[in-house]
Design a protein around this ligand. Structure first.
Ligand code: NAP
Length: 282
């Protein structure tokens, strides 16, 4: 089955013609966002809606997902929500079957649902926390990829962005399970990209640094002193707004990124650019 609204060259031309025009680049397209009930996922869902997409907002938090869908509809966008735990294969399979039967297409997916967990040195960490982290942050992305890619391969097109993290690119103290899960997401992204590039499906990742969401706000797992030190060390002098990550995700999924394959787009205010040794600037 191949049902894109336009042919590939036409899509590229349309995208070029639309550069800078808001509200059109995803018109008629169906986009799925996991973890859409909060933070980065909610911002991405809203950004896709602004670009004309029909958004399927997925979260295990029913109230959060419903609030995102409501916010999109209030802005005139088309959106429904689904309550799904991405660590359950049965639920992920049902999610893709539901999208297929309701909408008949899946143009793009943002596999973003994730948990932060508490900070603890590896030797003091519990295996139960490791298992919980890997189940959501890594197995959840794997399951979503597997079912989305199978669907997209049948339709012959699609774009996927996974949410990794700068903790998937460098080591970070006290983040063994989180760091391992995000390094895993980077690896999965590259393999999936290689295996599907010839099928017209692009797979990429976004690697945020520190973003102002419930995960990093006071009470979200970072102790206040450490939180302040981390945010002070960011070269840009501040954490990211979720909307700044959403822009990168929307671009990676758009026709404007038609030749970007297997890339990990770092959006971190310069956090991973330098050697981390503080010095006086200009
Ligand atoms: P957030 O505000 O806590 O949002 C995450 C959402 O995902 C929540 O609604 C959460 O629901 C949901 N979720 C968690 N586990 C799920 C599951 N098994 N199935 C379905 N939904 C699930 O966090 P965020 O900061 O936006 O994080 C989004 C992604 O960005 C995560 O993958 C995170 O690792 C990554 N990231 C965040 C930062 C940052 O600084 N915030 C930096 C780098 C990467 P519950 O509330 O019920 O858990």
């Amino acid at each position: 089955m191949r049902t894109p609204a336009t042919s590939e060259p036409e899509r590229a031309e349309t995208a070029a013609g639309e550069a800078g025009s808001e509200g059109a680049s995803f018109r008629g397209r169906v986009v799925l966002v996991t973890g859409a009930g909060s933070g980065i996922g909610r911002a991405t869902a809203l950004a896709f809606g602004r670009e004309g997409a029909h958004v399927v907002a997925v979260d295990r938090d029913a109230a959060g997902a419903a609030a995102t869908a409501e916010a999109l509809r209030a802005r005139g966008a088309r959106c429904e929500h689904l309550v799904v735990d991405v660590s359950s294969e049965e639920q992920v399979q049902e999610m893709i079957e539901t999208v297929g039967s309701r909408y008949g297409r899946l143009d793009a997916a943002h596999n973003n649902a994730g948990i932060g967990g508490s900070l603890e040195p590896l030797v003091r960490s519990e295996k139960a926390s490791w298992d919980a982290m890997i189940a959501v942050n890594l197995t959840g992305v794997y399951l979503c990829l597997r079912h989305e890619l199978a669907y997209m391969a049948r339709q012959g097109y699609g774009a996927i962005v996974n949410t990794a993290s700068t903790a998937g690119l460098t080591g970070a103290f006290d983040l063994a399970a989180y760091g391992a899960s995000k390094h895993g997401v980077v690896g999965l992204t590259r393999v999936a990209a290689l295996e599907h590039a010839r099928l017209g499906i692009r797979v990429n990742a976004v690697a945020p640094g520190y973003v102002h969401t419930p995960m990093t706000e006071p009470g979200g797992g970072l102790d206040p002193e450490r939180r302040a030190a981390i945010f002070a060390a960011i070269p840009a002098g501040r954490g990211a707004r979720p909307e700044e990550i959403a822009e990168a995700v929307v671009w990676l999924c758009s026709d404007r990124a038609s030749y970007v394959v297997g890339h990990v787009l770092v959006v971190d205010g310069g956090l991973t650019v330098g050697d981390g040794i503080p010095a006086d600037g200009p």
